[in-house]
Design a binder for this molecule. Sequence first.
Ligand code: NAG
Ligand code: NAG
Ligand code: NAG
Ligand code: NAG
Length: 955
Amino acid sequence: MPFLGLVSILILLVNLHQNVTPYSLENCEIHDNAENETKVLCYHRNLSEVPAHLPSKVVFLDLSENRIASLRKNSFSNLIHLHVLNISQNQIHHIEEGAFVNTCHLEILNLTGNQLHLISSPMFAGLRNLTILLLGNNQIDKIETSAFVHLEKLKVIDLSSNRLHALNAMDAIFNMESLEKLHIKDNNLQNFSTKEIVSVPLILHELDASHNPISVLDVSTPVLQSLVSLDLSFSTPKTPIVWLIQDPCFLKGLKVLYLGGIAMNPSGILEVIQTLNCSLLEIIYLDHLNLTESDGLIEQVCLSHQNIETLHLLGNKFTSVKARAFEKCTHLRHLNMAFNKLKVLPVSLFQSLPYLQILSLAYNKFTLVPNATSNVASLETLDLSFNKIKRISPDDFAHLNNVKSLYMTGNTISHVTSNLFANLHRLQELDLGENALKMIKEPFSASLQMLKTLILRQNKMDHITKGIFRNLASLQLLNLADNQIATIKPGAFEGLSNLQSLILGSNKITKETFHKGVFQGASSLEDLELFSNYMSYESSQKLAYPPFHLLKSLKRLQINSQRHDGLQNFPVNFLEGLESIVQIHAGNLAISSLDSDTFKYTPTLKELDLSNNNLNSISATLFAPLSNLKELHLNKNGLNSLSFVSQVNFSQLGLLRLAGNQIDVVTREQIKALPLLLFLDLRNNPFTCCCSNQDFLRWSPMNPKTQVLHFSEYTCASPPAYKEKKLWTFKTSSCTANHDFILYITNTAAVILLMLVCFCCQWRWHMVYTYHLLLAYFIDKKQKRKGQDIEYNYDAFVSYNTRDEKWVMNYLLPVLENQYSWKLCLHHRDFEPGRFILENIVDNIYSSRKTICVISRHYLESEWCSKEIQVASFRIFDQHKDVLILIFLEDIPCEYLSPYHRMRRLIKKKTYLKWPQEEQEIQFFWHKLNMAMKTGEGKEEEHPIVAGFVFDEIP
Ligand SMILES: *[C@@H]1O[C@H](CO)[C@@H](O)[C@H](O)[C@H]1NC(C)=O
Ligand SMILES: *[C@@H]1O[C@H](CO)[C@@H](O)[C@H](O)[C@H]1NC(C)=O
Ligand SMILES: *[C@@H]1O[C@H](CO)[C@@H](O)[C@H](O)[C@H]1NC(C)=O
Ligand SMILES: *[C@@H]1O[C@H](CO)[C@@H](O)[C@H](O)[C@H]1NC(C)=O
């Protein structure tokens, strides 16, 4: 159809001027944060290449967990603003020379978990501002000497888990003057000899050489003098480790030493530590060494290094500790003895430690709070979690005046009394989670004036009595999750005037729990979590006491996932009183309908999650009060249409998630109703690969604002020929004809231009056709202007294919002409012989009141017929009259209709008739056809031809 082709070219030219920039790319998400920093997230997307056309403004790019095998010269060439690049967990084995020459602002490059073997000299050229380079978990066995010379600002390099078996393979690293931290963990390094290192950057202060089977550690040159932290933990060679420290002052800067899990016995370790007498060690890790009290290592270490501030003894085999073990470690601030087998401790153990602030005895075997801890006045954090402590008494904490955090998680405490914590005046955080508390009868002590966090989760409480928290005026977070709470007495939260977060998830709360005064006193509450309880309502009728009516400051409410059968009904005034609410999570509640007044109480709402319910239709007014809504989650609801968005003011909505629904079509109107939308998620919907989605298909990849998340994964469920095909593969070009045609009609200038083009190209046929079309148009216009009525020669022009002639002659003609007395125009009968056939068509259509198209596959394939439809549809646009009557002789599947898309559109707008298969329906068919013929007769107002019609589904 060169005629329409020309129009298309014209339209294309018009479109080119609109300057559209694509925004969604290959399933990546683009986020702009408040500081105008653009993040592009493409992780875990099965990408095999760096996506082309990344926006050049991107500052943070995450391409991790894909299948990218190589980085090319131009992969990042336009990303001149990139600061952070994460391409970890790919299959990169090759980086082309110059891949990073343009990313000169890059500061962090994460190449962890790839397949690089060689770091070559030009690989990282251009990365002048790089400060962190992560190359862990590759197969690097060679680094060219000048590989890092461009990296003038590099501070941290991670080469863990590679194959750099020897230090002399790392010259390139030690040549970097700016390097501060070096990780060469797990490289199968067997010999650590400073002789192999020519020089070391002066500011290198952290070296992680752990998890190597180092059997010889030879410090015979002073290159590591400024090293502060040395990690040699889990050195497990097959032969015993030999330390050769020629001069202890070759390591004089050392302050932090990691020897956990090293394959040495306590006396060997002691010898090493004693040798380091030139260093002022402050932090020593002696974890996982099978140490016991009998080996006396602690005493000796403390004796030789009295400046130790932090001592880690995790995961050893201590059952007790000698009374004077820490005596000389007078500077100790932090002692960690978690994961031992401690049962008792000497009372005076910590008495010589005036600065001890943090003490962890978690995961031991204490059955009582050790007396040794009760009088450490300097203590600020005491961790006794995961022991076997059954009872606690006021004496346990008698002198802990400075403790701010007390962790008693995971014991078997069943009672707490008012006076228990009476001496903990400074306590800010108390964790009693995972114990066996059944009931708290007495109020928490009035001394806990500074308590901000109280964790009581995973106990066995079934009710909350009045006033137990009344002294906790500073409390901000109260966690009561995972109990059996069914009853909350009036006044239970009395006194909690600063409470911000209340977590009541996973309890046995039912609707009966919410009596009138349940939240009395907690008036500053901002977060309330009620997920996984047993709330359910028989109806959505108004409640006498809406449960949250006292919570005027509440900002976030979680009521998702009620157990058993879900909330089921959502009382119409359930949300009454939530004047400040911004976020509601109400997913997974088996709600099947919501009264349209449900949200009238919550106009401040910004985020609403109703996913995993059964809201298969949404009334037009439901979201009407929510004009501030920014995020709406409606995943998995069985919604079959997006039509609700066009009826509401969603002018603020930025995120709309509708994954896993039954939506098949997204229309232009729906898209237009969401002007600020940034993200639209329509994954797992049964799209229709038809022109009804053409606007969505064109808009999704090209619009400059909204990202249609995972667009390229959307698949079609219909029509059958497109089942399981990707939506984006559907060609909308077949749909453009009508669109263009309308534009053509409305743009006379374009027509004239087109005529000129026709002349120039000497396409006589089309020129003549266009000429006639215009002639008819202008005559028609003139008549209309004069107010003349057009004289019709025929009632209907019948357009059909010769192969359907039998049907027309045997069925249509007898009934319409003989039975109903309509005058028809058939081209073989009524066309003037000798006249040009196009002239005949145009004239006859214009001199017939209606045009009947008899549609079959043959018809659609016929060139003439489509021209006839064009003329007829031209008349529709021109005269706003329903001139076209479509009769389908057979079922024509959607995909077959696609190329004739103008017709599809017409079918959609107009109604059409189908020649019935059943004998008894034929009479009704003729009746309908007659009705259609009658519309537009005489002078009455034109109505669509649908009067009295059955609307058939579009094939
Ligand atoms: C972000 O960019 C926009 C337009 O480019 C500008 O108007 C706005 O002031 C910028 N905001 C910040 C925080 O830089
Ligand atoms: C680098 O990648 C690894 C592996 O994916 C990840 O664990 C780590 O957090 C990343 N680090 C940075 C700074 O991006
Ligand atoms: C490198 O970073 C500094 C600030 O950290 C900045 O001033 C400079 O412009 C950056 N240079 C390049 C080439 O990006
Ligand atoms: C500690 O003992 C366990 C088993 O008794 C042994 O497997 C492990 O290698 C020992 N660890 C050290 C550092 O000696």
